[in-house]
Design a protein around this ligand. Structure first.
Ligand SMILES: *Cc1c(COP(=O)(O)O)cnc(C)c1O
Length: 387
């Protein structure tokens, strides 16, 4: 199905579906075979094999994912970190330097801090999220810039057009973790970014029951990443590939609802006198609201807020009935998380202070329940946790 002209919601449902030529069933068949015949002749690596990332279900689902990000090609991995680590390692060698945004997902930060030295790869974290903070760190041996916007957990925004043009001026690649926005709310390739990454464990999967990752880029860049991916072997099982296809059919409708809920909740929470601050790019008070508006299709389903000092965080987490305290995010169910002790627990107090991650900060991943019910639950839990 040629879908270049199709709308996003249609692509979610139909792009990359496999025709069932045997029975004409309307969903993609699942091909679990790990071996296919070869009688000489053509390149044996062209034959489907799971770790070559080219089984029928992998190939077809990659087409769907690539098209949702307006990219040429995609690869699907067993986790977000497999996609991130493989894509980075495929694009660096000993002696190279990369510029890394300072506010990034904890797992990625840990990957940089614990693995790069072993391979003699140099890195600098930016001092802030202004485009100048990125250009300041570029050195003679810099080969790439690694980004994430909106950032976790404070939903800070990086200006994609400015940073991608800085990268182009310096002849270096750009790679972005687009997990928080999902392809529904932000398409970085349209703003000049070279390589887009997703933890498909989050919005692409959307039901808190799949671990997966993806990378999207041009055909030649994906070819280069594939060469390393075959060595690292982080391919996703075809059964989970098939489940992920099913999940992505509802991606648009889920994320649209999560975003609409989030926009309403951000305003309601902003007016709650037991909350001192709400961090959401859709609020006009957000310092980068205008940049967010210019580069995002909508503001997304993630936000954070600071509880007042007299609210006990652990009591709050225990008093919730509908909303679940959860480590992960982006499912159809609303979850909250306490970054200081979970995702950012490995950072020092000083590092957290620099990023503005306070000890009353709660991260909220908005689900598809009614916003009235979500708000009521949050509000009652806050009220019953005031000391
Ligand atoms: C969860 C997450 C990851 C890592 O994904 P896994 O599937 O857990 O490996 C990377 N980036 C962001 C922004 C995430 O939220």
């Amino acid at each position: 199905m040629e879908n270049k002209s199709k709308k996003f919601s249609t692509k979610c449902v139909h792009e990359g579906e496999i025709k069932d030529t045997m029975y004409q069933g309307i969903v993609s068949p699942l091909f679990m075979s790990t071996t296919y015949p070869w009688f000489g002749g053509d390149d044996p690596e062209k034959k489907p094999y799971p770790r070559y990332f080219n089984t029928p279900n992998q190939e077809f689902l990659s087409k769907k994912i690539a098209s949702l990000e307006n990219g040429e090609k995609a690869l699907i991995f067993t986790s977000g970190m497999a996609a991130i680590s493989t894509s980075i390692m495929a694009n660096v060698k000993t002696g190279d330097h990369i510029v890394v945004q300072n506010d990034i997902y904890g797992g990625t930060r840990n990957f940089v801090l614990t693995e790069f030295d072993k391979f003699g790869i140099e890195y600098s974290f930016t001092n802030g999220l202004d485009p100048l903070n990125f250009s300041d760190q570029i050195k003679d041996n810099t080969v790439g810039i690694y980004l994430e916007t909106p950032s976790n957990p404070l939903l800070k925004i990086v200006d994609l057009k400015s940073v991608s043009s800085i990268a182009k001026d310096n002849g270096v690649w750009t790679m972005i973790d687009n997990t928080f926005s999902s392809p529904v709310n932000q398409n970085p390739i349209d703003h000049g970014i070279d390589i887009v990454l997703h933890s498909a464990t989050k919005y692409l999967g959307g039901h808190s029951d799949i671990s997966a990752g993806a990378v999207i880029s041009t055909e030649s860049r994906i070819e280069q990443i594939l060469n390393s991916a075959k060595n690292f072997g982080g391919n996703l099982s075809d059964y989970t590939v098939w489940l992920l296809e099913r999940s992505i059919k509802t991606l648009h409708i889920r994320v649209k609802e999560q975003t609409n809920n989030a926009k309403t909740l951000a305003k309601m929470l902003d007016e709650n006198t037991n909350i001192s601050k709400v961090y959401y790019p859709g609020l006009e008070s957000h310092p980068s609201h205008e940049i967010a508006k210019s580069q995002m299709n909508d503001f997304g389903g993630m936000m954070s807020f600071d509880l007042n000092n007299n609210v006990d965080v652990y009591d709050f987490l225990k008093s919730l009935n509908l909303v679940k305290p959860g480590m992960s995010l982006a499912g159809v169910e609303t979850t909250v998380n306490f970054p200081m002790k979970t995702s950012h627990g490995l950072m020092t107090q000083k590092e957290r202070d620099i990023q503005g991650i306070g000890d009353k900060l709660i991260r909220l991943s908005v689900g598809i329940e009614s916003y009235e019910d979500i708000y009521e639950d949050l509000d009652q839990a806050i009220k019953s946790s005031i000391k």
